[in-house]
Design a binder for this molecule. Sequence first.
Ligand SMILES: *[C@@H]1O[C@H](CO)[C@@H](O)[C@H](O)[C@H]1NC(C)=O
Ligand SMILES: *[C@@H]1O[C@H](CO)[C@@H](O)[C@H](O)[C@H]1NC(C)=O
Ligand SMILES: *[C@@H]1O[C@H](CO)[C@@H](O)[C@H](O)[C@H]1NC(C)=O
Ligand SMILES: *[C@@H]1O[C@H](CO)[C@@H](O)[C@H](O)[C@H]1NC(C)=O
Ligand SMILES: *[C@@H]1O[C@H](CO)[C@@H](O)[C@H](O)[C@H]1NC(C)=O
Ligand SMILES: CC(=O)N[C@H]1CO[C@H](CO)[C@@H](O)[C@@H]1O
Length: 489
Amino acid sequence: MCASKILLLSLATVITTAVAWPSQSFKSVPFAPPVFNITKSGAHLAPGLLLITTTDPPFPASYIVTDDGDLVWSSKTGNYANLNVQTLGSQPVLTFWNGTGSADVHVAGHGYGMVQILDSTYTELFNLCLNLGLVTPGDIAIECQADLHESYVTDHGSILVTAYNITQADLTSLNGPGDGWVYDSLVFDIDIKTQEILFSWSALNGGVSISDSKQPLGSSGTLSDPFDFFHINSIQSVGNRYLLNSRYTWTSYMIDSNGDIEWQFEGSTGGDFKLPSDIHFAWQHHARALDVTATSLTLHMFDNANYEPPFAGVNQSLGLMFSLDLLSMTSTLLKDLYDPNEALYADSQGALDLLPNGNILMGYGQIPVIREYGPAGDVRMTITFGELDDGTQQSYRAYRLAWEGTPAEAPVVVVENGWAYMSWNGATCVESWYIYEGTTAETLKCTMRVRNSGFETRVSISNSTAFLKVAAVTTNFSKRYSSVVVVPQ
Ligand SMILES: *[C@@H]1O[C@H](CO)[C@@H](O)[C@H](O)[C@H]1NC(C)=O
Ligand SMILES: *[C@@H]1O[C@H](CO)[C@@H](O)[C@H](O)[C@H]1NC(C)=O
Ligand SMILES: *[C@@H]1O[C@H](CO)[C@@H](O)[C@H](O)[C@H]1NC(C)=O
Ligand SMILES: *[C@@H]1O[C@H](CO)[C@@H](O)[C@H](O)[C@H]1NC(C)=O
Ligand SMILES: *[C@@H]1O[C@H](CO)[C@@H](O)[C@H](O)[C@H]1NC(C)=O
Ligand SMILES: CC(=O)N[C@H]1CO[C@H](CO)[C@@H](O)[C@@H]1O
């Protein structure tokens, strides 16, 4: 056993109430991210910041945090998914799905919203509010129709989004009505600048049989409760092809540029492949291919085999990585990631990312835990940010990525009871702060330099100070000033 080090964020004030998981609070901003409870084994971790979207009050938001639990950036509160750093035209950009404001944003595990793309100053480059021609629940008008599950920026300036459309289908193969209703799962590849649709695909019209669904029809299949037979949850661009993942058919599909299915990798039979013995997967998320050649590839995923009786509480969440051989159509298990000391059972959501040093990050989706594994599968870090079993705090995915932000907005400072509290939301390069104090707004003098400390730095100020401003000093010695504040007397 490696020695474990427990880090609990101590800088910010911790509000504790009887029921709720504790959240952080700050004087200079209204953000209230959860407290991050962090265990590290001491073994080498990958570089990069953590990106999550939280769902629990008091401040569900998109958050960037360090692996010591310090907040780096918070969005406004809202309904977000899939906060990510991607590359657009060789520039790193922040992307996220924002369902705030669309009517009825969360329906049966999917949503309707927009995809926002910000540059490294947190200025919006694009706001993709797409009308995709969907029939929506109750046929209500929904302006921004992209689903929350994927916002994948391709290397040619387009974005892949998922969408859910209500349409009619023959459900007799499932002993349902011939004129039943389903949620069709759609894929769109859209040019970001022009919003032109470059490619689209429909599970219903793309060769997937409704009877491939493992999701029981039950009483669904009506207009008011359409049968979600496919439930698309990830898309990746692979050359001129697409890797799609369906939760409810337990299958990852490779689709060619004509929309034809090249092969299927299914969790109980292997689909077109032979599965390794004793390995199955089900209800899985975040399928990604890498090292793709004409004859082989690696495919990894987050396995949600816990979902649905009789395996609830039996099949723990796994990170699975397979090698697929396209000549022999066999699969080999490369990695099977779990914590032998703490099994987690996530019914839904989840993420698996390969990190640059060979480590692997897993976000547990429905369960508010992020884990980093070493290349051999040893647990190197566990971050918990909510109750494990009440289902209120979730982050659809989690990523760990390099990100440097220099906000366009100025730093802020507030003064309370003789202390100045300063922060610069999203800045990754603040080294220290200069404090300017004076008896008039025109006579401010630099009186102190303090080191930056976490998201919010505080310093005690002179009781003769009537006016104050601060400057954030970056690691390259550039300065950004706050506005001048009147000190409450
Ligand atoms: C954080 O984790 C430690 C160690 O597992 C535990 O003792 C502590 O109760 C946790 N804190 C919270 C707020 O859950
Ligand atoms: C999300 O969308 C809402 C509604 O349009 C908007 O008010 C909010 O600012 C957006 N969030 C971000 C981080 O831009
Ligand atoms: C959505 O379904 C309707 C039928 O209910 C159909 O007319 C429409 O073309 C579909 N939209 C898309 C984008 O597939
Ligand atoms: C300011 O602080 C000094 C030294 O602590 C104290 O003597 C003085 O009364 C304070 N003045 C005010 C206005 O509080
Ligand atoms: C210094 O850093 C600021 C903020 O990160 C950046 O805008 C500026 O271009 C940098 N200047 C130099 C000379 O690197
Ligand atoms: C998909 C999956 O992993 N299913 C497993 C759940 O657990 C049962 C009992 O151990 C296995 O038989 C299944 O293969």
